[in-house]
Design a protein around this ligand. Structure first.
Ligand code: TNX
Length: 519
């Protein structure tokens, strides 16, 4: 045999050897590879194997823990094909099972959890149901990526042994979805909610109205959706959520510990309403429906009493559909409203929201008015506004456009998106600290972190996923994980390993060259 042949034979056989080795001994997911990174992880070198005889047991009589157990089983059944029965138990002696417990003595707060994995059992405990839910997301990430597949996969289904103790850094962690510029179906929004939940996010802000469309049924003003919901950017048929559909979304989100924050933007960004009701215009003439992407040309007539009746009716209906504490009042880019009209208007709108028992949130321009105690200002562009809000005692929702706007292109070649604030590559989206971004806005002034997706250029779920991923896991980590020791060079390795997980979830993500992807 000639030497080159011998060499290639050796090479081929070693490749076969390596791949055989890989398939019989799957690499365990290191608990230190989780996104968002937990507060503390101690590996113990053991591993737990999920088998067809594994059961999920609930310790104690908690309906909520039982629900969490059922949710876990639903997430693990499709890929494993295992039965994974869920029932109550009084002790953890039987090896080979998963135990969930709500235990009041845990120091994990409202959202934290403790996870102990040994070769004999998985034990997840939390002070509150939300903590169990987040611990379950951790268990999902500790299993091989194919656990996210919707059909049965062959795998050893091992979980690396570790003690994990975890809780979030910021109380509010979420995303905004603009369903006004382009409308997205209930099914799409539910998928979005599932993706938020996977990254331990707890807030979904829905931008329900803008110049191009009104997306929530208001029974006392039916033309808002009949006419104002009929189109979207680029023209064509759009749509809206009926109140029944909206309630279904609220429930779907609540079952995943996500609060929906509905936004009705005003006094600008209101052309869809102005086109639907002539009386909301100062000249009593309805505007034409709008399908372009300009901003800042519309305004409610701040001097008319009917305007405040309209707002009261809309927020009244919305408050009754919304169990969460917040109503978002917009307030951004009202270039067509005189400043002397904007100030008393936004002040009165806050009163209306308070009257309906809710906490107002507004874009940072609302700091120009006097803020009611409790009102949250959302920093997107103007640090002076945000500092003024802090001076008035308000908390800040951090959504800096040049870091968190997921409609910003990754670079100049991105097929979708805008770039007025910045090009935001995956590293740039990760390398910032909310508590150090603006002088005078410190950790204690921050209510939470929110990454918005505006939808001028985003038309379907595939587009949504492409703009959101892989930036979103980074925002989740900034919002959840301790800041100490954070580094892009360390994170990008974890994100690279996470690629197969996003793929198994069917996410069409942007394969940034900045990340060492592992297929
Ligand atoms: C600014 S951010 C807006 C939106 C646009 C977005 C596009 C903010 C409060 N207003 O109306 O959709 O830029 O990136």
């Amino acid at each position: 045999m000639r030497l080159p042949h011998l060499l290639s034979l050796l090479l081929i056989s070693s490749v076969i050897f390596i791949s055989c080795k890989n398939s019989s001994e799957p690499v365990l997911i290191d608990a230190a590879d989780l996104i968002p990174k937990p507060v503390s992880v101690t590996s113990n070198g053991e591993s737990f194997q999920l088998t067809d005889s594994t059961s999920i047991y609930i310790l104690g009589e908690s309906q909520e823990a039982l629900q969490a157990g059922q949710y876990l089983a639903e997430k693990l059944r499709p890929a494993t094909g295992f039965k994974l029965t869920v029932s109550n138990a009084t002790e953890t002696s039987k090896p080979g099972n998963i135990y969930l417990q709500i235990s009041a003595d845990s120091a994990s707060g409202n959202e934290g959890y403790e996870l102990h994995v040994t070769k004999d059992r998985v034990k997840l405990s939390a002070n509150k149901p939300a903590g169990l839910f987040y611990g379950i997301q951790t268990i999902r990430q500790l299993l091989p990526a194919s656990i996210e597949s919707s059909s049965v996969q062959q795998s050893a289904w091992k979980i690396a042994g570790a003690d994990i103790s975890d809780h979030p850094l910021y109380p509010l962690r979420g995303s905004m979805l603009d369903v006004a510029r382009h409308f997205f179906s209930v099914t799409d929004v539910k998928r979005y909610i599932d993706l938020l939940a996977y990254y331990k996010m707890n807030l979904l802000h829905l931008h329900l109205s803008d110049d191009q469309g009104w997306r929530i049924e208001i029974k006392s003003w039916p033309n808002l959706t009949a006419h104002g919901g009929s189109t979207q950017v680029g023209g064509g048929k759009a749509g809206f959520y009926t109140q029944e559909e909206y309630k279904d979304l609220v429930k779907y989100a609540a079952d995943r510990f996500i609060t929906i924050v509905p936004e009705i933007d005003m006094p600008g960004h209101t052309n869809a309403a102005l086109a639907s009701y002539p009386e909301l215009n100062c000249n009593d003439t309805a505007t034409k429906l709008y399908t372009g992407t300009e901003v800042g040309f519309s305004t409610l007539c701040t001097k008319k009493e009917i305007t405040y009746k309209f707002i009261d009716d809309v927020f009244g209906e919305l408050a009754s559909l919304t169990p969460g504490p917040y109503l978002h009042i917009g307030g951004d880019e009202s270039h067509a409203t005189k400043k002397e009209d904007y100030i008393p208007f936004m002040s009165r709108v806050q009163d209306i929201v308070k009257k309906h028992g809710k906490i107002p949130i507004g874009w940072d321009e609302i700091a120009l008015t006097s803020l009611q105690p409790g009102t949250i200002a959302q920093f997107w562009a103007d640090s002076a506004n945000s500092k003024e809000a802090v001076r008035q005692g308000a908390k800040i929702m951090m959504s800096p456009a040049n870091k968190t706007y997921m409609d910003m292109q990754y670079d100049s070649t991105t097929r979708l998106g805008l770039h007025w604030a910045a090009y935001i590559e995956v590293d740039s989206a990760y390398i910032w600290n909310p508590a150090k971004l603006v002088n005078g806005i410190n950790y204690e002034n921050i209510a939470g972190i929110e990454a918005p997706l505006w939808s001028e250029t985003v038309t379907n779920m595939d587009d949504i996923e492409y703009m959101v991923f892989p930036r979103f896991p980074g925002y989740a980590e900034i919002a959840w994980s301790p800041e100490k020791g954070r580094s892009w060079d360390e994170y990008k390795i974890r994100l690279g390993k996470h690629g197969s997980r996003m793929k198994a979830m069917g996410i069409d993500f942007y394969k940034s060259a900045k990340v060492p992807w592992i297929e």
